[in-house]
Design a protein around this ligand. Structure first.
Ligand code: PEP
Ligand code: MN
Length: 361
C-alpha cells in the first residue's frame, strides 16, 4: 500500500484507491503545524488525502472554533509541498464557497450538520453546479433516514461523487467509546448504497488513542473502503480532540499493522468451501425460523389461556426466569449476554404481539 503522489492530481483515481486513507489534524491551528503534519504524513507514503478542520462545530461555546478562512491558504501550501489533495468540513453555504475558492479538493459534511436538514440543504444549494466530491458523515444520533436524507439532498444538487463516513453515534452513558460504533447501521447504509465509498472514522468513534487500531481493523474486516484518522505533530497539545489524535509516524505504524483483507479472492477451492458453509448456514437459519414459528404457536396457546382466565400478558417473573436460564445456557455455548438479551427481547416482543392479537380477537 505504498502511495505515490500524482502530478497533476488525479482526484478520481485517488478516490478510487482501496484502502483510501485520509489523515490530518482535527483542526488546522497554525501554518507551521499544517505544513509539518502534511509533509510527515506524505513521508509515510500511505496517505491519500490530507484532512484539516477549518471551521469547528464545538459542543460548548468558548472552545476553539477553528481558525476560519485564514487557514485555507495554509492548506493550499500543504497540498503543494505534500502532493496530497485536501479535505475540509463545511457546514454553511459561505464555507462551501470559501473552501472551493481556495481550491479545496474534497468537502465533508460533519455529524452535527447531517442531523439538520436545513443546514444540509444550504450546503447542497451552494454545491449546485460544482464538481467536487462530498463525504457525508453519519448524523450524531442513530437515525439512518437522516443520513440517507443528507445523501439525497447532496445528490439532488448534482454532486456525483458522494462518499459516506461512519463516525459512530452518540449514546447516553456510553463509556468505552466516545461515539458508539453501532456497526449494523453502517452495514445497512452500505446495503442501501452499494458501490458508494464507505470509510470509517475510528478517531471520533474511540475518542482515545488506545483502541484506535482495534476499531480501524474491525472496519477493514467489515469491508469498509478506507479510513479517516486524525493526526497531529503534537497530539497532547492539540487545540481540539487532543486525546484521540496520533502523530503521523504513529499513523504510519498503525496502517502498517492493519491486516488488509480482500472481500473476495480468486480461488475456486476457497469459493467451494465457502459455498458449503453458507449452505449450512442457510439450512440452520431455515430450521431456526421453523422453530421460532413453533414457539409462537405455543405462545398463542398460552395467550388463549391468559385470555380465558383474564390474566395479563406480561408476567415479569416468568420473563426474568427465561432470561436467567438463557444467560446460563448461553455462557456455556459461547453466546454473549448482550446477544442473548437482544435475541430474547426480539422473541419476547413478537410473542407479546401474538398474544395481543389473541386478546383482541
Ligand atoms: C471532525 O472530523 O473533526 C469532526 C468534527 O467530526 P464529527 O463531525 O464526526 O464530530
Ligand atoms: Mn475532531
Amino acid at each position: 500500500m505504498e502511495k505515490t503522489s500524482l502530478a497533476p492530481l488525479d482526484l478520481t483515481a485517488i478516490l478510487a484507491k482501496r484502502p483510501l486513507v485520509i489523515s490530518g489534524p482535527c483542526s488546522a491551528e497554525t501554518e507551521e503545524q499544517v505544513l509539518a503534519t502534511a509533509s510527515q504524513l506524505a513521508a509515510t507514503g500511505k496517505i491519500d488525502i490530507l484532512r484539516a478542520g477549518i471551521w469547528k462545530p464545538r459542543t460548548r461555546p468558548g472552545s476553539f472554533e477553528g481558525v476560519g478562512t485564514k487557514g485555507l491558504p495554509w492548506l493550499q501550501q500543504a497540498k503543494k509541498i505534500s502532493g496530497l489533495p485536501v479535505a475540509v468540513e463545511v457546514a454553511t453555504g459561505k464555507q462551501v464557497e470559501d473552501a472551493l475558492h481556495f481550491g479545496v479538493d474534497v468537502l465533508w459534511i460533519g455529524a452535527r450538520t447531517t442531523v439538520n436538514p436545513f443546514s444540509v440543504q444550504e450546503v447542497a444549494d451552494a454545491l449546485r453546479g460544482v464538481n467536487v466530491p462530498v463525504l457525508i458523515k453519519n448524523p450524531i444520533n442513530p437515525d439512518l433516514e437522516l443520513w440517507i436524507g443528507a445523501v439525497e439532498r447532496v445528490a439532488k444538487a448534482g454532486i456525483e461523487n458522494i462518499g459516506l463516513i461512519h463516525r459512530g453515534f452518540s449514546s447516553y452513558g456510553n463509556t468505552e467509546y466516545r461515539n458508539a460504533p453501532m456497526w449494523h447501521l453502517a452495514i445497512e447504509m452500505k446495503r442501501r448504497h452499494p458501490g458508494m465509498l464507505l470509510i470509517n472514522d475510528p478517531s471520533h468513534i474511540c475518542g482515545r488513542r488506545d483502541i484506535l487500531a482495534e476499531v480501524a481493523q474491525k472496519a477493514i474486516d467489515l469491508d469498509f473502503d478506507g479510513l479517516i484518522v486524525e493526526s497531529h505533530i503534537d497530539p497532547d497539545n492539540a487545540w481540539s480532540d487532543a486525546k484521540q489524535q496520533i502523530t503521523p509516524a504513529q499513523m504510519g505504524a498503525m496502517l502498517e499493522g492493519i491486516i488488509w483483507r480482500k472481500e473476495d479472492i480468486d480461488s475456486e477451492q476457497l469459493h467451494a468451501n465457502m459455498e458449503k458453509l453458507r449452505a449450512q448456514i442457510n439450512q440452520l437459519d431455515d430450521e431456526l425460523m421453523l422453530l421460532l414459528g413453533q414457539r409462537m404457536k405455543i405462545a398463542d396457546q398460552i395467550g388463549q389461556y391468559k385470555k380465558d382466565n383474564n390474566i395479563t400478558i406480561l408476567q415479569t417473573n416468568r420473563w426474568n426466569a427465561i432470561l436467567e436460564r438463557a444467560y446460563a445456557r448461553g455462557e456455556k455455548i459461547g453466546l454473549s449476554k448482550e446477544f442473548i438479551t437482544k435475541y430474547f427481547d426480539a422473541v419476547h416482543m413478537e410473542s407479546i404481539q401474538h398474544q395481543n392479537k389473541i386478546m383482541n380477537s
